[in-house]
Structure formats: structure tokens, C-alpha cells
Design a protein around this ligand. Sequence first.
Ligand code: ATP
Ligand code: MG
Length: 427
Amino acid sequence: MTLITKAPRGTLDKLPSDTLKCRVIEENALNTAVAYGYREIRTPVFEHTELFKRSVGDTTDIVQKEMYTFDDKKGRSLTLKPEGTACVARAAIENGLFNEALPLKLCYITNCYRYEAPQSGRYREFSQFGAEVYGADTPLCDVELIALAHNIFEKLGIPANAYTIEINSIGCPECRRLYQDALKKYYEGFKDKLCGDCHERLERNPMRLLDCKNPHCGEFKSNAPVILDYNCSSCAEFFTGVKAGLDALSIPYKVNARIVRGLDYYTNTVFEFIYRDSSKSTDESFGLVFGAGGRYNGLIKELGGSDTAASGFALGIERLTTVIDKTGVFPLPQKPDIYIATIGERAAIFALKTAQELRRREPSIWAECDIVGRSVKAQMRFADKIGARFSMVIGDNELDNGTAVLKNMATKENKEIDLSNIDSFIG
Ligand code: ATP
Ligand code: MG
């Protein structure tokens, strides 16, 4: 196949049956978020490269390997957004949104771009729903965020036992310093067995060692020191508060001390939503992470804003689609309400006018008529194929008499209707 008929590697065409699923997820997420006080924000597809270097962090896979970075015609370095959090933070600082009443709650749906090795559930262009809260530094804020995600999954019909909410606390920068030292000491012992990337991680940011996707390096994770043991007393108390809040809302969770998250700006609470196909593997490490988030108190100041607490999560819409497909609850696509088949020019114009009237109603009625010039037999075959609920055939006789026969396509029941009474057209 030539290049012009092949989409770039790692991208997905979302065909009508896919966009329908995306719409269900997106509308559900946005509508649910409204009930928690979120307002939608949309930010540009590209930002100054520096924004992601500063926020996501120089030592992360995203910044080191995955960004789509280019110079514009004036030589400015720009990057297609690899994630949404930094962009929303930048926009909130720039537009003075932190001067509004706090906490400020913003949500978004956006495409993200990462140059990754494409595989199932991992694309170079993908989309996220995200939610961010600013100006609330409490366990209850994190609980409310997890509750929002849980509510979205529930409204989408994902059974609570189909996924787990896994939480951890990566503490404050002080706890992390001690932990990084311990981790470094531990991994030094296996230095010659680690991959090239992990050698660098060991020097520059040992916590990233736990994020390595190379199975050989993965072997060392199970005995590595865990961050929870290094949480200071106030971070430990914060984490206890998160767990108590989830308990109070009867939201099931598991503490997973291995979750560290790939981004540099996280503090305290981190969490992931993980789907495990029980028919496929009993291995706990195997699972589809379809959403993740946490607290990132350091980011706003790092980007030049005032010291503002922040917490949020992002859901991968394509991965969420997979989870819903497996747990099986997408609504069926809509079908046309009526097909008006015609014989002759006069009837064709009448049908088009009538369809227009039906389509102008509120809510619109999905009406179809022939715009191809088919025979009446072919029109009826088409009506059947597209699953129209009702049909009628209009010709000169019907127009002269002012009546026609309305057919219920499922029951085959016929009913005579008055052509001047459009309300009678759909049963
Ligand atoms: P992973 O560990 O799978 O690489 P991540 O830690 O890089 O995930 P985040 O940056 O937290 O992911 O992004 C939030 C969510 O976005 C993920 O939980 C996932 O659902 C989705 N996501 C991330 N990268 C991709 C991708 N390349 N393709 C599709 N979805 C993705
Ligand atoms: Mg990743």
C-alpha cells in the first residue's frame, strides 16, 4: 500500500462505530464531572517544548523519548501535547484562574501525542478525559477525585469487580529524598544486570527504575524498598485520610506500594485504575491501566504560579473503550425513524420537504428519503438495510388522495395516515 492510503504508525481511525463509543464515554464523563463542580477547558494542541520539560520532567520517558517536537518557521521549539495536566496548569496560570474562588475544578477532553512503540492499547495519538482540582490540599480532595472516576465508570456500566483502584503515597520531596537514596543503594547491587535506560535512571532519578517496562529490570522490583516505608508522619497521616475517605464512600481500593507514576510532579497520593481480564491471566502484574492520577502540589509553583496545591487524574479513552467492550455495555447505535420512499419527481420533492420538517423538530426526527434516484424496490431494500423503524411509499396517487400507508418495519403492521398531518408519520 502506498503512504497516502495508510495512516501513520500508531494512529487510529475512529470509524462511526468507534466514535459512537467515544461520544458515550466523553458525554458521560463531562456530564458526571458537572455534578462535582468541574468546568471544561480546552487548550492548544501544541505548547512550548519548555513547558513539558519543566513539568513532566527531563528524566521521564515522555520527555526523553516520546515527544513530537518541532521548530516552527520562526525557530520556536513546539511540542504536541503528550498529556493534559501541564497544559491546563499553564492556561490557568496565564489566564489568572487561580484568582477565582478556590478550589478551582477543571476538566478536559484532549488528544495526546507520544512517540511510543505501538501495541495494543498504546498509540501515538490517543485521547484522554482529565480532571484537575487546584487549591485543596486535603485527603478528601483526592477522595472526591477518585469518587468522580468511580462514578463515571459506574455510569458507563463497568462493574466494580471488573477493575481495581490501586493507591499509594509517594510522600513529600523530603520522604522521596530518603527513599531515592535507599532505592539507589538497592539497585546498585544489580547495576550490571539493568538495561541502558535504567543505568541512567539510577544516576538521575532512581524512582523511574520502578517504571521500567523491560521484563529483566522488572524482576528486581519485587524486593525493592517501598516508598510507603519512607513516608514521614504527616504524609502517612494524609494517606490514612485518603483510605478512610474511600472507606466512608464504600469505594473499594487496594494499596499498591509499587505505583510511582511516570511524571515528576506528583506528591503524596497516586492512583491507577486497572482492568484485569480474569480469563487471561492470574498474574497480578498483568493488567490494563486505563486511568491514573495523583496529587502534584509542586507543579504550579514550578511553572511560575503561586504555591497552589493540585490533584487530578486522566483516563485513556481508547483503553476505557476496551474495558467497556470487554464488560459489554455500550448502547446500541440509533436507527432512522422513518424512510419515505418515492415514485416520481413530484413525490421526491414532497419527501425531501417532509423529511426536512421532521428533521427540524426538537428533538429531531431521523428521516430518510431517496437522494440517489433508485427504483422504489431498491429504496425499500435500502430502508431495510439501514434499519428504518417506519416506512411509506409516496407516488402521484398518494399525493392526489392526501393519504399514504405507514408500515412498521418490525411488526409489518400497516396504517393509513393523513399526509397533511405530519405528527402521524412515526406511529
Ligand atoms: P503507561 O504506564 O501505560 O505508559 P502512563 O503512565 O504513561 O501509562 P499517563 O501518562 O498516566 O500514562 O496517562 C494517563 C492514561 O492515558 C493512562 O492510564 C492510559 O489510559 C492513557 N495512555 C497513556 N499513554 C497511552 C498511549 N500511548 N496510548 C493510549 N493510551 C495511553
Ligand atoms: Mg507511558
